[in-house]
Design a binder for this molecule. Structure first.
Ligand SMILES: NC(=O)c1ccc[n+]([C@@H]2O[C@H](COP(=O)([O-])OP(=O)(O)OC[C@H]3O[C@@H](n4cnc5c(N)ncnc54)[C@H](O)[C@@H]3O)[C@@H](O)[C@H]2O)c1
Length: 277
């Protein structure tokens, strides 16, 4: 057993949307595992706070102001980073469901464009910027944060669902394309994880909180730290033979596929019928 069991010692990782939620938890965990973390976010203050937390604990990190929708900022940050760092790990985490307050039939092209910019365009742009150096070195890892909504139908917003599904397919296709060159591309597909954009305590009436056991097989919502753990696994050499996959990180909602834990009916533990579970 080696003395140092940290998984990312000597590696540099750039994470988008790392000021809050899953991205911030990933930044903290990567730093604990010895990585230098480039914390990027449109919320610059939050990015600096995450960097301060990491450096106060003796870790290595720096903040970058990056709105991933802005091609000019993407170019500028890529230039700054490549001048000073070798990026071993890229985590394309930024994304948002940007609620469109209407059904698809009533949506507009600018709604689709907004969802595209924040969920998919930047994944192409940042991957395209950092991939060539990874290919030249013959090593590198890309982890995309997709969604369970890219793996099942998402009636709330078919356009968001389409872009997250696009991310799943990009991960699969690029993963196969670059695996022979030593670069690994994978993704996670989160669901029901308590973060700023999925703040269930704020969105839902208090009585809903106790119903999670009859809704999610794991019996509760997930935490950003649980998502970060799977991102760390995919970023590390532990996942050296994992290529092109999206791992659902959803407490079992995807696998359940319409089956719900039934907590109130004696003798029946699951239902796919509209009973009061
Ligand atoms: N929380 C969930 O249940 C859930 C489910 C499915 C998918 N996801 C995905 O997880 C990823 C992270 O989301 P989260 O749940 O941690 O949310 P979050 O709101 O806590 O974090 C999102 C982060 O992205 C940043 N951000 C937003 N717009 C940005 C932009 N234009 N440029 C740069 N940064 C920007 C925010 O400032 C924030 O720091 C997203 O891609 C999201 O689609 C989350």
């Amino acid at each position: 057993m080696p003395d140092d069991t940290r998984l990312l010692v000597g590696r540099t990782a750039l994470i988008t949307g790392a000021g809050h939620g899953i991205g911030a938890a990933t930044a903290r965990l990567f730093a604990q595992h010895g990585a230098t973390v480039l914390v990027t976010d449109v919320d610059t203050e939050a990015a600096h706070l995450v960097v301060k937390e990491i450096t106060d604990r003796g870790g290595s990190a720096e903040a970058h102001d990056l709105d991933v929708r802005d091609a000019g900022r993407v170019d500028a940050v890529v230039g700054e980073v490549l001048a000073r760092h070798r990026v071993d790990v890229l985590v394309n985490n930024a994304g948002h469901w940007v609620r469109i307050p209407r059904d698809f039939a009533d949506s507009r092209p600018d709604d689709w464009e907004a969802l595209y910019r924040v969920n998919l365009w930047h994944v192409f742009a940042l991957t395209h910027a950092f991939l060539p150096a990874m290919i030249d070195r013959g090593s590198g890892v890309i982890v995309n944060v997709a969604s369970i909504e890219g793996l099942r139908g998402y009636p709330v917003d078919p356009v968001y669902g389409a872009f997250k599904a696009g991310l799943v397919q990009f991960t699969r296709s690029l993963g196969v394309q670059v695996a022979p060159k030593g670069v690994r591309v994978n993704a996670i597909g989160p669901d029901v994880t308590n973060t700023a954009q999925s703040d269930f305590a704020r969105f839902d009436p208090p009585e809903w909180a106790e119903r999670w056991p009859s809704w999610v097989p794991a019996g509760r919502v997930g935490t950003p730290e649980e998502q970060a753990g799977v991102i760390l696994f995919l970023a590390s050499d532990l996942a050296s033979f994992v290529v092109g996959h999206t791992i659902p990180t959803d407490g079992g909602t995807g696998a359940a596929g319409g089956w719900y834990p039934s907590t109130k009916r004696p003798g029946r533990s699951w239902t796919n019928r509209p009973m009061d579970a």
